[in-house]
Design a protein around this ligand. Structure first.
Ligand code: FE2
Length: 282
């Protein structure tokens, strides 16, 4: 795991208490849907976590973290965009990154800090999270490949367009509320083989959203202290339904997900042909 970003002037890392960070099964027990281990890889589920109002994610700390990360690990743009959004036309506000974070309540924007574990403190945090999640799912940490963590800040009403991610994803709500609609992974009527091949060949992960399938996704509302597990390649889109939203996501691959992705690799070398054809965010 990369730990190349210096600590700089950031305050020392919050200390770990004796309580676990995650309760992956608490909300599932109430719903009667089964256990996290049984649903892993197949179905999304909600869970509880301890990061709401946690010092790891104070606004000052996020500002310092944004400052410490390389420019290539930061993306930000206006947040009031449609669910179906080609990445080539992402609109910008004209504010700097720091101005955007300081004014997130009012500037109608979306900020993504990528691979925050490049900062040593957050590398330790990610390690702790992976260990807990792995214990619940029956995975050894060594089996959780290419782990990464992302921090999202979104102004009220912000939308993350329809897309899928090539890894398992635990999305934690730290502040505010969101709703997410998640579709079955591997449903070729939503993402066909050609689109999968294009993605593996370098196309962006954003997908065109077709109203004809809009009813088929499962909705989850989640607020601070709750999170949602999004299975590998399960298409989804997210809407911020409260005021400012701060979310943290933890993702990892496995030998199985890597194998599945390589099964979509084309022999020929022509480029992607979908509308959403630009290499972009993680
Ligand atoms: Fe995603």
């Amino acid at each position: 795991m990369a730990v190349s970003v210096e600590h700089g002037s950031m305050a020392s890392a919050p200390t770990r208490g004796s309580n676990p960070y995650f309760d992956l099964n608490g909300l599932l027990e109430l719903s009667g849907k089964g256990t996290a281990r049984a649903l892993y890889e197949r179905k999304p589920f909600k869970f509880r976590h301890e990061f709401a109002a946690n010092a790891w994610f104070s606004r000052d700390r996020i500002l310092d973290l944004a400052d410490a990360l390389p420019e290539s690990s930061v993306e930000y743009n206006l947040a009031d965009i449609p669910v179906s959004q080609p990445v080539t036309t992402m609109p910008h506000s004209g504010l700097s990154l720091k101005e955007t974070i300081r004014n997130i309540e009012t500037c109608g924007s979306w900020v993504l800090l990528k691979s925050v574990e490049q900062h040593g403190d957050y590398a330790q945090l990610l390690d702790s999270c992976l260990e807990e999640i792995g214990n619940e799912l029956g995975l050894r940490v060594e089996e959780m490949l290419s782990p990464r963590s992302f921090l999202f800040l979104t102004s009220s009403g912000g939308v993350t367009p329809f897309h899928f991610d090539p890894e398992h994803n635990f999305l934690l709500q730290i502040e505010g509320r969101k709703k997410i609609q998640i579709f079955e992974p591997f449903d070729s009527t939503i993402v066909n083989d050609r689109q999968m091949q294009d993605f593996v060949a370098g196309a962006h992960r954003n997908l065109p959203f077709r109203e004809s399938v809009a009813e088929r996704g499962e909705w989850f509302d989640f607020s601070a202290g709750e999170g949602v597990y999004i299975p590998f390649l399960a298409p989804h889109w997210v809407k911020n339904t409260g005021s400012v939203s701060v979310s943290f996501s933890i993702s990892f691959e496995t030998a199985k997900t890597k194998q599945r992705l390589s099964s979509y690799r084309r022999d020929h070398t022509d480029g992607p042909e979908t509308l959403f054809n630009e290499q972009g965010q993680a």
